[in-house]
Design a protein around this ligand. Structure first.
Ligand code: NDP
Length: 295
């Protein structure tokens, strides 16, 4: 069997198309949704992520502010910047790119962001709403995964879902969303991690297998139930001297082997990645709608 590709680029485009009339309606009311990105230090990978977010804003004609600060920035200075952005009427979404330098505590910074502008969905207020199954700003990558499943009419209800990885930004939230009593959820979810025993056995139970680990090709074909749906979140740089950059990006799944037995599979790149950015745009528009409707 050759799996059907889950094309994140195509689904991301349809998410963007869905946002356009909402952006137009906001602009008619004199509101341009605005996203501020804050980059501290000069980590090249973080700079690439931030640039792609700014470009996505430009494509949708949203307002964006790319703020860059040196690696020596103090926590107090960053908190002051966040506080100013909370007050800024032109900004509806605030994204502080991680990782942050050691002198800055990420949770303290996240707590300082107005939850209404928390377009990453990382603020404990929004995390709480997500766990309660109430509307709020959902984290972008997990939300993007749900949208991919929805687009391909893969209903997780009653299915065995295995999530490999328990990070606060991907593994835990996608598990929390999929086990809700709700549409595009109602799954039986298992979360595996580095301390899990018999990982291959656990993975083979999965009707839907979500890999969010950060280890190239660690999900091998023997870990996959024939016909399973494979969502590969991993974005790993591996050396490749045959390309100009000297590296290429691969997922956590051994794609060539696994695609022969899976029913659906996300490619890397072009699978989950574009959805993360599309859902960031979606959260920015939703934040602008909700903040400006409060009068
Ligand atoms: P983290 O490093 O925060 O978490 C990795 C998780 O994988 C941890 O829970 C860890 O377990 C688990 N793990 C590590 N080794 C093993 C192993 N051998 N067996 C089973 N579990 C293991 O990563 P993130 O969640 O932030 O990211 C995961 C991947 O997804 C990365 O490649 C990242 O680049 C990518 N990513 C992609 C995004 C996109 O838009 N496509 C967005 C965000 C991330 P433990 O908790 O026990 O340490």
């Amino acid at each position: 069997m050759n799996a059907q590709l889950i094309e994140g680029k195509v689904v991301a485009k349809s998410v963007r198309s869905g946002l356009k009339p909402r952006i137009a309606a906001l602009k008619e009311r004199g509101v341009t949704p605005g996203l501020a990105t804050v980059l501290v230090g000069d980590d090249p990978a973080s700079a690439i992520y931030v640039n792609s977010k700014i470009k996505a804003c430009e494509r949708l004609k949203l307002h964006s502010e790319a703020i860059q600060r040196p690696a020596e920035l103090t926590q107090a200075e960053l908190l002051k910047l966040v506080s100013d952005l909370n007050e800024d009427k032109n900004i509806h979404g605030i994204l502080v790119q991680s990782p942050l330098p050691d002198q800055i505590d990420e949770l303290t910074v996240t707590l300082a962001i107005d939850p209404r502008k928390d377009v990453d969905g990382f603020h404990p207020f929004n995390v709480g709403l997500m766990l309660l199954g109430r509307p709020g700003l959902l984290p972008c990558t997990p939300h993007g995964i749900i949208k991919l499943l929805e687009h391909y009419e893969i209903n997780p209800a009653g299915k065995e879902v295995v999530v490999v990885g328990r990070s606060n930004i991907v593994g835990k939230p996608v598990a929390a969303i999929l086990q809700q009593k709700a549409k595009m959820a109602d799954a039986t979810v298992t979360v595996a991690h580095s301390r899990s025993k018999n990982l291959a056995d656990i993975c083979r139970r999965a009707d839907i297998l979500i890999a969010a680990v950060g280890r190239p090709a660690m999900i091998t074909v023997d870990m996959v139930q024939p016909g399973a749906v494979i969502i590969d979140v991993g974005q790993n740089r591996v050396e490749d001297s045959s390309v100009e950059k000297g590296y290429r990006v691969v997922g956590d799944v051994d794609f060539p082997q696994v695609q022969e037995v899976a029913s659906y599979i996300t490619p890397v790149p072009g699978g989950v990645g574009p959805m993360t950015i599309a859902m960031l745009m979606s959260n920015t528009v939703a934040a602008a709608e909700s903040i400006t409707s409060e009068g």
